[in-house]
Design a protein around this ligand. Structure first.
Ligand SMILES: *[C@@H]1O[C@H](CO)[C@@H](O)[C@H](O)[C@H]1NC(C)=O
Ligand SMILES: *[C@@H]1O[C@H](CO)[C@@H](O)[C@H](O)[C@H]1NC(C)=O
Ligand SMILES: *[C@@H]1O[C@H](CO)[C@@H](O)[C@H](O)[C@H]1NC(C)=O
Ligand SMILES: *[C@@H]1O[C@H](CO)[C@@H](O)[C@H](O)[C@H]1NC(C)=O
Length: 850
C-alpha cells in the first residue's frame, strides 16, 4: 500500500521543469544496515551492555508518565520497563467492515489522516495534540494534562468534532486500550476493569473503572468519564481479554480480531469486564463528543474535570510565554506567525520523546572480515554477515527523541545529538536524562548501537534485513559534543532560561553526574579511535604526518558509508583499506576537544593534557592528511593503484567538517577557502542553504541522491551557529564569516523571496526531529550593535541564510497547519536507505497543497 503511494507520487515528476517547480521531498534515510535475526542465547550471554537503565532521574519525577509511545497517535506509558501500556484508537463505526478499514492506532503514512501534531506540549505538564482525520471526517483533539502536584496523576480529554462536510450523525468509535505487561510471571501484577456508575455533580459520569497493582507503579486506577452532552449510541463496553505477552503491543490487531469474531453488526465486541491483562473501553458516539480518561494512584483522587478545564485554558499561555523566553525570536522572526511555528516545532520535538524497552538483534560474531583489511573487504564482509549467527540481546531501555513518528519512531544515535541541542535550552535535566539513557547502552568496549530497535514493537517497523546491529560500526559521536554545552549551562557560563535544573542548583548533583558520565564518554571515545583507526603501518602517508591520528569509517561499500551518517556521499571508489576519511578525523578532533574541557572541569589534569595533545595532533593531521592544496579543500584520501597516497576531493559537507565542528578559528589559514567554497553558487551555495555536495561534482544529484546535493537542516544549523560565532571573534575573516555568501546572497536576496512565493524548486531535506534545530537559529543574536556598515550588511546576509531555511518551512507549515511535522512526508526527511535498493522519494506538488 505504502509502495503504491510512492509510485504514484513518483509519477508526478515529469521532466526537469516540472521537477523544478515542485517541492521535492524524500523520506528517510539512514540506513538500515542491520538486519535482524533470531537470537541465540549463548551470544546473548556475551552481551553485557543492554541492562535496563538504572538512572532514576526521570522515573522519580514529573517525567515519569507521558505520551512515550510516539509511534501511536496517542499512546501513554511510564518510563518503566514491562509496565502498563495505554493508547487511544478510533474509527468510523458505520459497520464492521468500515471499522476494520478506518481504525487508527499507529502513526501511518497512508491511512487517510490529513495531518496531526502537537500544537503545544511540554514533557513535564502535558499539552494538546490535534489530529485531522480526513478519511473519517472528524477532527480529534487530545488534551493530555499532568498533575502539577504529583508525578503520578494525569488525564487525557479526547474531543471529537465531525468536519463540516461530514454529517452530524457520524458514528465514531473511541477505543481506549490498556494492558499490563508481565502478569504471567509476576503475581503482584493485576489489572481489572469494571463498569462504573458514579455520577459526578459536574455533569459527568464515571462509566468505567480499571484498577490494578504493579510493584513499580503501586496500586493505581484508571477511569473513563462520560460527558452529559454526549450521545452514546453504543457502549460504553468494557472488554477484558487475556492475550499472549507478545501481542500486548498489537492493540489494533487484537481488537479487530475480536470484533471480527463478534456476531450482530460487529461494531463492538462482547462486554465482558473482569481481571485480564488487556482491556478495551469502547463507546460509539454520534456527532461531536468529549470523553476523559484519567489515571492516578488508588490512594489519591483523580484529576477533576474542572481542573482540566483550567489547565487546558492556562497551559498554552504559559507555554507560549516560556517559549518566548527560552527561544526569543529576533527580528524578522518576532511576529505572531513565527510564534506558532516555534511552539509547534518544539512541541513536536518533545512529543516525539519515547521510552523504549526490549531486546535487540546483534551480530556478535566479531568476524575477522569485519576488520576490513583486504582490498575487496566489502565483499568479504557481506559474506561473513550472511554466515553470522545473530544474537538476541538482553532487554535494555532507552529514553530518546525520535526523528519521525510515522517513519522512525525509535532512537538513532547521531540524530539524538541534534535533537538535544534545543532540548538543552528548554529542559536541561530532560536532555541529560536522554544523554544518560543513551550512554547506559554502551557495552564494555565502548560501543553504542547506532540504531536502537528495541523489542518487537520497534522491530515491526523495520525490515528484517536491517534490524541487526554490528559492534564494529560507529556513528558520528554527536552526544559527546553536547558536553561542553551542558557544562556551560550547569556552571552558568552560558545563559540558561529553561526549566529549573537540579544539576544547576546543586553542585553536588552536578559533580555526581559529571564524574559518572566522564568515564563513559572516555570509553566511547577510546572505542571510536581504536575501531575506526586508519592503517598507518601498511600504507604511505604524507610527510610530516603524526602516526595514528587518521580514521576510517568501517562499514563502507562502493556506494555507501552509512556509518558516517552521510549515507551515499561519494567517497573513494573502489573503497580501499588504506583510506582515510576527513569527517571521521574531524569528529575525533571535536570529541577530543569536548573531553579535554570535561577533564579540565573535573580537575583530571593528566587526562586534560592527553586530550590536549590529541587535539593538537588531530588538527595537525587534518591539514597534513586531508588538506588538498590544489583543490584548496579538505578531502578524503585513499591509496592509488601505484600505492601512492591520493586525496579524493568530492567537495561538500565533508570539506566543511572542520568548520562545522568548531575546529577552525578566525585566523585559520584555510578559512577563506572554506568560505569561498560555501558561498560559491556553482558549488555549495544554494538559495535554500548549503548543499551537501557541490553542484559541480560529477555525482551531484545522482542515484539515491540523499547526500548528493540536498540541503540538510541539521548541518546548515551547525554551519550557521559556527559562522555566527566566528563573526564575533576578531580575525581577518570576521566579517565574511558572518556572511556565508555575502556576494551571492546580496544579489539573490530578492530571488530567494520570489522563489518562496512562486513555490519554485525548493529542495530541503532533513528529519522532522532535526528540523527543530531551527529553534536555535531564530533565537540567534543577529541584531547588531556594531556601527560598521560592513558588519551590518554581513549580518543581513546571515539572516538571509537563516531566512531562506525558515521561510520555506513556515510557508509549508502554514499550508499544512499542524500537520507538517509528523504527517507529511515533511520537509525534511532524512532518508534511510537500503544500500542496494534506492529508497523511495515522495514528490509533493506545492500547488496541490494549496
Ligand atoms: C540495575 O538494576 C538492576 C535491576 O534492579 C540490577 O540487577 C543491576 O545490578 C543494576 N545495575 C547497576 C549498574 O546498578
Ligand atoms: C479492584 O477492584 C476490585 C473490585 O472493586 C477489587 O476486588 C480489587 O481488589 C481491586 N484491585 C486492586 C488491585 O485494588
Ligand atoms: C594494515 O594493513 C595491513 C595490510 O593489509 C594489515 O596486515 C594490518 O593488519 C592492517 N593494520 C591495521 C591496524 O588495520
Ligand atoms: C587573530 O589574530 C589577531 C592578530 O594577531 C588577533 O588579535 C586575534 O585575537 C586572532 N583571532 C583569533 C580568533 O585567534
Amino acid at each position: 500500500m505504502r509502495h503504491t503511494t510512492r509510485l504514484r507520487s513518483a509519477t508526478k515528476i515529469r521532466g526537469a521543469a516540472a521537477k523544478e517547480a515542485r517541492l521535492h521531498l524524500d523520506h528517510t534515510s539512514k540506513m538500515y544496515i542491520h538486519p535482524p535475526l533470531s537470537g541465540v542465547a549463548i551470544f546473548a550471554c556475551l552481551w553485557t551492555l543492554a541492562q535496563p537503565s538504572n538512572f532514576t532521574t526521570s522515573e522519580a519525577s514529573f517525567l515519569k508518565w507521558g505520551p512515550y509511545r510516539p509511534n501511536l497517535y496517542f499512546g501513554v506509558r511510564p518510563q518503566v520497563p514491562r509496565t502498563l501500556l495505554m493508547g487511544l484508537m478510533w474509527a468510523n463505526a458505520k459497520d464492521q467492515n468500515t471499522i476494520t478499514h478506518t481504525l487508527r492506532d499507529t502513526c501511518e503514512q497512508d491511512d487517510g489522516m490529513g495531518g496531526y501534531g502537537w500544537t503545544q506540549y511540554d514533557a513535564r505538564s502535558g499539552g494538546r495534540q490535534i489530529l485531522h482525520d480526513e478519511g473519517n471526517g472528524i477532527d480529534i483533539t487530545t488534551d493530555f494534562v499532568k498533575s502539577l502536584q504529583d508525578g503520578d496523576s494525569w488525564a487525557v480529554r479526547v474531543a471529537g468534532v465531525p468536519k463540516a462536510v461530514a454529517s452530524s450523525t457520524l458514528h465514531t468509535a473511541i477505543i481506549f486500550h490498556l494492558a499490563l505487561e508481565g502478569t504471567e510471571d509476576e503475581r503482584a501484577k493485576t489489572l481489572t476493569c469494571q463498569h462504573g456508575d458514579q455520577v459526578l455533580g459536574t455533569g459527568h459520569r464515571v462509566v468505567a473503572v480499571c484498577n490494578g497493582s504493579d510493584p513499580a507503579l503501586g496500586a493505581f486506577r484508571l477511569q473513563a468519564l462520560d460527558y452529559n452532552q454526549n450521545k452514546i449510541v453504543k457502549g460504553l463496553a468494557v472488554n477484558s481479554v487475556r492475550v499472549a505477552e507478545d501481542h500486548i503491543w498489537q492493540a489494533k490487531s487484537v481488537f479487530l480480531g475480536k470484533v471480527k469474531a463478534t456476531k450482530g453488526d460487529g461494531t463492538q465486541f462482547q462486554d465482558n469486564p473482569g481481571e485480564e491483562n488487556m482491556h478495551f473501553l469502547q463507546a460509539i458516539f454520534e456527532g461531536a463528543f468529549t470523553i476523559e480518561f484519567s489515571y492516578s494512584l488508588s490512594a489519591t483522587q483523580p484529576l477533576k474535570p474542572d481542573y482540566l478545564d483550567t489547565r487546558i485554558k492556562e497551559d498554552p499561555l504559559a507555554f507560549a510565554g516560556r517559549v518566548d523566553v527560552v527561544f526569543p525570536r529576533t527580528a524578522p522572526w518576532d511576529s505572531h506567525q513565527y510564534a506558532e511555528f516555534t511552539e509547534s516545532l518544539l512541541s513536536n520535538l518533545l512529543g516525539g520523546l519515547g521510552f523504549f524497552y526490549g531486546d535487540s538483534k546483534l551480530d556478535a560474531s566479531y568476524a575477522q572480515e569485519y576488520e576490513e583489511t583486504s582490498l575487496d573487504f566489502w565483499d568479504r564482509v557481506a559474506g561473513a554477515m550472511s554466515r553470522a549467527t545473530i544474537a538476541t540481546t538482553k532487554p535494555s531501555s532507552l529514553l530518546s527523541f525520535t526523528p519521525s513518528r510515522p517513519f522512525f519512531p525509535r532512537g538513532f544515535l547521531w540524530d539524538e545529538g541534534f535533537h538535544l541541542l534545543p532540548i538543552i535550552e528548554w529542559d536541561l535535566d530532560l536532555a541529560i536524562a536522554a544523554v544518560q539513557s543513551w550512554l547506559s547502552l554502551m557495552d564494555d568496549d565502548g560501543w553504542i548501537g547506532r540504531e536502537q530497535i528495541l523489542g518487537p514493537e520497534a522491530r515491526s517497523k523495520v525490515p528484517d534485513q536491517f534490524q541487526v546491529q554490528y559492534p564494529h560500526y560507529a556513528n558520528p559521536p554527536t552526544i559527546s559534543l553536547l558536553f561542553p554545552i551542558i557544562l556551560s549551562k550547569i556552571t552558568g557560563s552560558s545563559p540558561y532560561t529553561g526549566k529549573p535544573s537540579r544539576y544547576q542548583s546543586s553542585p553536588d548533583e552536578a559533580s555526581k553526574l559529571l564524574t559518572g558520565l566522564y568515564p563513559l564518554l572516555h570509553r566511547h571515545y577510546a572505542w571510536f579511535r581504536r575501531t575506526q583507526a586508519g592503517n598507518f603501518s601498511a600504507y604511505t602517508r604524507p610527510e610530516g604526518v603524526i602516526t595514528g591520528e587518521g580514521y576510517r569509517w568501517r562499514g563502507r561499500t562502493p556506494t555507501h558509508t552509512l556509518t558516517s551518517g552521510l549515507d551515499d556521499y561519494p567517497r573513494a571508489n573502489p573503497p580501499h583499506p588504506g583510506e582515510l576519511h576527513i569527517d571521521a578525523l574531524a569528529w575525533v578532533a571535536a570529541s577530543a576537544k569536548a573531553l579535554q574541557e570535561m577533564a579540565l572541569h573535573l580537575g583530571e589534569e593528566g587526562d586534560a593534557i592527553m586530550y590536549g595533545k590529541q587535539v593538537d595532533e588531530t588538527l595537525h593531521n587534518l591539514d597534513v592528511l586531508h588538506w588538498d592544496p590544489a583543490e584548496k579543500a579538505y578531502c578524503d584520501a585513499t591509496i592509488d593503484q601505484n600505492g601512492k597516497y591520493e586525496r579524493v576531493c568530492r567537495l561538500g559537507y565533508i570539506s566543511l567538517m572542520p568548520l562545522l565542528l568548531g575546529l577552525v578559528d578566525g585566523n585559520h589559514s584555510h578559512l577563506p577557502s572554506m568560505l569561498d567554497l560555501l558561498s560559491n553558487p556553482d558549488k555549495l551555495w544554494s538559495p535554500f542553504g548549503i548543499r551537501s555536495l557541490s553542484a559541480s561534482d560529477a555525482n551531484y544529484g545522482k542515484d539515491e541522491d540523499y547526500w548528493r546535493g540536498a540541503v540538510w537542516i541539521n548541518l546548515n544549523v551547525l554551519a550557521t551557529l559556527q559562522l555566527s560565532k566566528l563573526g564575533t571573534q576578531a580575525g581577518p575573516e570576521q566579517a565574511r564569516a558572518l556572511t556565508p555568501c555575502i556576494q551571492s546572497t546580496k544579489s539573490r536576496d530578492r530571488d530567494c523571496a520570489q522563489h518562496d512565493h512562486s513555490g519554485q524548486g525548493r529542495r530541503s531535506r532533513a528529519f522532522t526531529g532535526w528540523t527543530s534545530c531551527l529553534l536555535l537559529l531564530m533565537s540567534l543574536e543577529t541584531g547588531s550593535t556594531e556601527n560598521s556598515e560592513y558588519l551590518r550588511s554581513s549580518r543581513t546576509a546571515l539572516l538571509v541564510v537563516v531566512a531562506v531555511i525558515i521561510l520555506g518551512l513556515v510557508i509549508y507549515f502554514r499550508r499544512r497547519a499542524m500537520s507538517f511535522l509528523n504527517h507529511v512526508p515533511g520537509i525534511v526527511l532524512k532518508k534511510r536507505l537500503d544500500s542496494r535498493k534506492p529508497a523511495y522519494q515522495e514528490i509533493i506538488n506545492l500547488d496541490e497543497l494549496e
